[in-house]
Design a protein around this ligand. Structure first.
Ligand code: NAI
Length: 633
């Protein structure tokens, strides 16, 4: 066998180890699954006392199905055959007479979890990388290899649907808590624990009676609630998969083969194709982080304002030691408070929260510069202030340290004039709010040192963001494409369409937030300034200018296009949306994306789509603005 190794231990236990040839992570390709069927054949001849299934990869157990094979599906027959392949194989595994156990260390996702669910026992290893989940919905498809049948049986339908409809993962301990894993053990005892559990004869923990009712006669109640929840987040015409998952679970007990029409519809849907495209785009962005071996452990951030404070907190959350500089401790204090809230929300465990907080060090004198691998400037948007800072910084930098500015609007070419080695300055441009936005633009000015650009991209990956190299130009990619879109939205308001109606049109199009609410969130003064810079001299929309004149600056001042209460805009009911409004408002964004590709600001159309999706939340099911416009033609 090419990918599996089957060994028989003296105790009579068989161990099947997956080590997919030529890959760093295991995926369930057709070949891997065929070989596994051969293993089951062999064990049928001479049944072992028990079977342990595990991985030989450091990365984890199994990352899922082979996405490359999925991308090649053309006909409905191929789609159904793909579903049948895993459904039948894992049913066979579930039916063997001898006990089986999946030993899960690291990621166990999609088809990998469906395999593990078909085993009698599931043992997780308590380690940082251990995560289990069924993220198929994020690719616009469903867990058709038994996940929709077995996960609800294990953890009850509410928890199962929550995982399947959101794609969320759980760690090893949480898996035990919700009944997905039988136990969760530290790595040093996992071998022994696996063998003990396998031969224990212990029955599976039964689901509480109420959960069995909800997974049986009361399915309709759960399904109704789940549909309502999904409807709040995704429209069926944009995202059909979550609705299909609920239907398949409720009406077909998770067996997609019993509803081939659903399989055909989902696999042929543009959404599934586009989300797969988005997945590949994301992998491409990740790839930029792999071109350099640079590794940061210490980061120094200067400016503890809205951006600097949150960048520092994010870096500490992701394991960096961070020094945070500002003019006084008082100016750093609010950032520390926000950081604590972030750590508490994301880390939950007091020890981990404490450790993250210990990694974030207030540093008014800026001593951290001397030891930092990455220095990020996020002070006021003012050239003189930045010049003075860079001049004092440069002689203190470690050799090989990345020097970056988070500037949104100042050209790097102008900022770096004061440096002895101007080629070392790069832009590392985060988006607000830092914790929510996956994209970071890595800004490359003419003559920049490629080693610094590579290192900046590697650093961005290290803190689990997606780097996109862009050339230095006003607004880079993301702000440059947003500006004409927001302008068009405000012109519509000038023309008498209500802000609520404009926002409703774009939400229906699939945007995560309406453009007028976005202006309110960004700040009307900022939008006005950005407009001046990016709109090519066009006059500011009247509705914007008037509000700024009145001091109505949006969310931060409590009043903009909307009144804001408790962080939420108070919207009146939207009017009826004029036909074609959304397309009209999106067109300037598409056109600007196109022109930025032509000008070489971003390397190609796919990367422009990637940047706009991950930098603005542009409707992912559409595959990105340029893809969307090509499909329409
Ligand atoms: P901010 O005004 O909230 O914070 C700036 C901080 O820098 C203040 O706390 C100030 O005390 C400090 N500071 C100023 N001069 C300093 C110096 N010489 N030494 C130490 N600290 C100093 O500003 P914000 O919004 O965080 O912006 C910072 C940078 O990030 C700007 O370059 C801006 O263009 C960029 N940016 C802003 C975004 C936003 O949404 N606010 C988004 C992306 C980038």
């Amino acid at each position: 066998m090419k990918h599996w190794q089957l060994t028989q231990e003296d105790s009579g236990i068989a161990v099947a180890v997956l080590d997919k040839a030529g890959e760093t992570a295991n995926a369930l390709s057709a070949e891997v699954m065929a070989e596994f069927a051969t293993i089951l054949d062999q064990l049928e001849q001479t049944p072992p006392k028990g079977l342990i299934i595990r991985s030989a990869k450091a990365a984890g157990f199994i990352a899922g199905a082979d996405i490359g094979e999925f991308s090649q599906l053309d006909t409905p027959d191929q789609g159904r055959a793909l579903v049948a392949r895993g459904w039948n194989l894992f049913n066979r595994l579930a039916a063997v007479k001898y006990p089986t156990l999946a030993l899960v260390r690291g990621h166990c996702l999609g088809g990998g979890l469906e395999l593990a669910l078909a085993c009698r026992y599931l043992l997780t290893v308590d380690e940082a990388g251990t995560k289990l989940g069924l993220p198929e919905v994020m690719l616009g498809i469903f867990p058709g290899w038994g996940g929709m049948l077995r996960l609800p049986q294990r953890v009850g339908p509410a928890a199962a649907l929550d995982m399947m409809l959101s794609g969320r993962t759980v760690d090893g301990k949480k898996a035990r808590k919700i009944g997905l894993a039988d136990d969760c053990v530290p790595p040093r005892v996992m071998e022994m624990a696996a063998r003990q559990l396998l031969l224990s004869g212990q029955p599976r923990r039964p689901l509480p009676i109420i959960q069995r009712l909800l997974n049986g006669p009361l399915k309709a109640v759960v399904a109704h609630g789940a549909r309502k929840q999904v409807a709040k987040k995704a429209r069926p015409e944009h995202y059909p998969a979550p609705y299909a998952i609920i239907d398949l679970w409720q009406k077909h007990n998770g067996n997609a083969l019993a509803a081939p029409e659903i399989v055909d519809r989902i696999i042929a849907s543009p959404t599934a194709k586009n989300l797969l495209r988005v997945f590949h785009l994301q992998e491409r962005l990740k790839g930029f982080g792999k071109e350099s071996a640079f590794k940061a452990s210490r980061v120094h951030v200067i400016g503890a304002g809205v951006m600097g404070g949150d960048i520092a907190a994010w870096c500490a959350l992701r394991g960096m030691t961070v020094t945070l500089q500002d003019q006084t401790l008082e100016r750093i204090a609010p950032a520390l408070k926000r950081a604590h809230a972030l750590f508490a929300k994301r880390l939950r465990e007091p020890l981990k929260i404490r450790a993250a907080f210990d990694r974030l060090i207030p540093d008014p004198p800026g001593d951290g510069v001397l030891h930092a691998d990455v220095v990020i400037e996020a002070i006021f948007e003012n050239v003189e202030a930045k010049h003075a800072l860079f001049q004092s910084l440069e002689p203190r930098l470690k050799a090989g340290a990345v020097l970056a500015s988070n500037t949104s609007s100042l050209p790097l070419e102008a900022l770096r004039t004061v440096l002895q080695r101007p080629e070392r300055l790069v832009g590392i441009h985060f988006f607000n709010p830092v914790a929510m936005m996956p994209l970071v633009e890595v800004v490359v000015a003419d003559g920049a040192d490629p080693a610094m650009v590579g290192a900046a991209c590697a650093f961005v990956r290290q803190i689990d963001k997606l780097p996109l190299p862009v050339n230095s130009a006003p607004g880079f990619l993301v702000n440059a494409v947003l500006a004409p879109y927001m302008l068009a939205a405000m012109r519509a308001v000038d023309d008498g369409i209500s802000p609520e109606t404009v926002d409703a049109a774009m939400l229906a199009f699939g945007m995560p937030m309406g453009p007028i609410e976005l202006v309110d969130t960004v700040g009307l003064d900022i939008a006005l300034a950005a407009g001046k810079q990016l709109a090519g001299g066009a006059e500011a929309p009247r509705c914007l200018q008037q509000r700024v004149d009145q001091g109505h600056l949006g969310k931060k001042s409590g009043q903009g296009f909307y009144a804001w209460q408790a962080g939420r805009p108070q919207k009146a009911a939207a009017g009826s949306v004029p036909a074609g409004l959304a397309e009209k408002l999106v067109q300037p964004l598409v056109d600007r994306s196109e022109s930025l590709v032509q000008a070489g600001i971003v390397a190609d159309a796919d990367l422009a789509d990637a940047g706009v999706i991950f930098g603005t939340g542009f409707a992912p099911f559409s595959g990105g603005p340029l893809h969307f416009s090509r499909q329409k033609r």
